[in-house]
Design a protein around this ligand. Structure first.
Ligand code: AMP
Length: 358
C-alpha cells in the first residue's frame, strides 16, 4: 500500500478514550478522522469533525462510513467480526479480521499462542455442564473460569476452588461458552506493545510491569525490574504473533511472569489485544512516537516511528471519583495528565491517566 497522503481520512470504530487518543494522533499527522460508534456520548466525538453514531450491524450506515474512509481501524476487540468482514469488502481495514477472530475469543487466542510456541497454562473449553469433570481432572483447582467472549477488566470471570464451585460459577457467568484456565502462580504481570507496518517492519516498546487492583489496571511501570532478557523473550513472542497474523497496527500481549524452582523466568501468555493498550499510555510522555501515533503510522502505510524510551516512567490510571483530584494531578511536576472527557463518573471507570517521570 502507498503511504496515505495528509488529509486522507482514517475511520475509527469505537469512540472511547482509545478512539479519542487515536483521533488526536491522526490529526497531528494531518489526517482527517471519522469516528463510528453506537454510543451517543462517545468521548471521541469531541475531538473530530466527522462522526457517525450508529449500531455495528447497521449496514447502510457502515457502507456510508466506509465510503468516506481511506483506511479503517478500530479501538477495541469486541466489535462484531461480521462488521469488520463487511467493511473489508468496502475499504482497507487494519488490523485484519483474521487477527480479530483470534483475539476476540479466549479459546482461539490460547490455541493460537500454543500453536506458535508460546507458554500457555493448561486450559479446557466449557460449553456444557459435563465438560467440568474432565477439566477438573486434567487441570485441577484452583482455576479461573472466564467467558470466551466479551470479558475485560476482570468482568466475566470466576475463581473455581473446588468441583462444588463450578455450577454456581458457570451460572454467574450466564452459562455461556467459557474457558477453564489453570490458576497461574505468577510473580508479576507484564505486557509488551509492538507494532507492524505494511512493509513488515516491526517496532517494539519496552516491556511494562502492570499492577492491577480489583482486576483493573491501576499502575504500569517501565522499565520492569527484570532486565533485558525478559524483554527479549516478550519481544520475540510479539514479533512471531505479528508475523503469523500478517498484522498491521499496534498489538498488546499480556503475560504472567513465572519463576521456576531453578530460578528461571518464564512468560506465560494470558491474552492479547489487537489495538492500542492502556499499559502503553506512558509512551505519550517518554518516547519519540506514542503508541497512538504508531498505530496511525502503521495503518496509513507510513514508516514506523522510533520507540526509544527517554526516562523511567510510571503510569497511573484515574478511576471513578479520583477525577475530582484533577487539580492536584495537574500540579504534579514531571508529569503528563490526560483526561478523557467522560461525563458519567462510575466507580472503576477509566476517566484519565497520569504519566510521571520517576
Ligand atoms: P484477564 O481479563 O484475563 O486479563 O484477567 C484479569 C486478571 O485476573 C489478570 O490480570 C490476573 O491478575 C488474573 N488472572 C487471569 N487469569 C488468571 C490465571 N489463569 N491465573 C491466575 N490469575 C489470573
Amino acid at each position: 500500500m502507498d503511504a496515505l497522503k495528509p488529509l486522507s481520512t482514517i475511520g475509527i470504530l469505537g469512540g472511547g478514550q482509545l478512539g479519542r487518543m487515536l483521533a488526536l494522533a491522526a490529526s497531528n499527522l494531518g489526517f482527517r478522522v471519522h469516528i463510528y460508534a453506537p454510543e451517543a456520548d462517545s468521548p471521541a466525538y469531541d475531538v473530530t469533525r466527522f462522526f457517525t453514531c450508529a449500531a455495528y450491524d447497521d449496514q447502510t450506515a457502515l457502507a456510508e462510513f466506509a465510503a468516506t474512509c481511506d483506511v479503517i481501524t478500530f479501538e477495541f476487540e469486541n466489535i462484531p467480526l461480521s462488521t469488520i468482514e463487511f467493511l473489508e469488502t468496502l475499504a482497507p481495514v487494519h488490523p485484519n479480521s483474521a487477527a480479530l477472530r483470534v483475539a476476540q475469543d479466549r479459546l482461539n487466542e490460547k490455541n493460537f499462542a500454543q500453536q506458535h510456541g508460546l507458554n500457555v497454562g493448561a486450559f479446557a473449553a466449557i460449553s456444557h455442564p459435563s465438560d467440568f469433570a474432565p477439566a477438573l481432572q486434567a487441570i485441577g483447582a484452583p482455576a479461573v473460569l472466564k467467558t470466551v467472549r466479551m470479558g475485560y477488566d476482570g468482568k466475566g470471570q470466576q475463581i473455581i476452588r473446588s468441583a462444588d464451585d463450578a455450577p454456581a460459577a458457570w451460572a454467574h457467568l450466564g452459562n455461556v461458552a467459557c474457558i477453564y484456565e489453570q490458576f497461574i502462580n505468577f510473580e508479576a504481570e507484564v505486557s509488551i506493545i509492538a507494532a507492524r507496518g505494511h512493509n513488515g517492519s516491526v517496532a517494539i516498546y519496552d516491556l511494562v510491569e502492570n499492577i492491577h487492583e480489583h482486576h483493573i489496571l491501576a499502575r504500569s511501570i517501565v522499565p520492569t525490574h527484570y532486565g533485558a532478557e525478559l524483554h527479549a523473550q516478550a519481544a520475540g513472542y510479539a514479533t512471531r504473533v505479528l508475523e503469523q497474523l500478517n498484522y498491521v497496527g499496534v498489538l498488546a500481549i499480556e503475560f504472567f511472569v513465572v519463576r521456576t524452582a531453578d530460578d528461571t523466568l518464564n512468560l506465560y501468555f494470558n491474552e492479547m489485544a489487537p489495538r492500542v493498550h492502556n499499559s502503553a499510555h506512558w509512551t505519550q510522555l517518554a518516547t519519540h512516537t506514542c503508541q497512538f501515533e504508531q498505530h496511525i503510522r502503521a495503518v496509513a502505510g507510513w514508516p514506523l516511528g522510533a520507540t526509544t524510551r527517554f526516562a523511567p516512567v510510571e503510569l497511573r490510571n484515574i478511576l471513578g471519583d479520583d477525577i475530582e483530584n484533577f487539580a492536584t494531578d495537574a500540579a504534579a511536576p514531571n508529569a503528563k495528565l490526560v483526561l478523557y472527557g467522560k461525563s458519567d463518573v462510575k466507580a472503576g471507570r477509566k476517566m484519565g491517566h497520569v504519566v510521571m517521570v520517576k
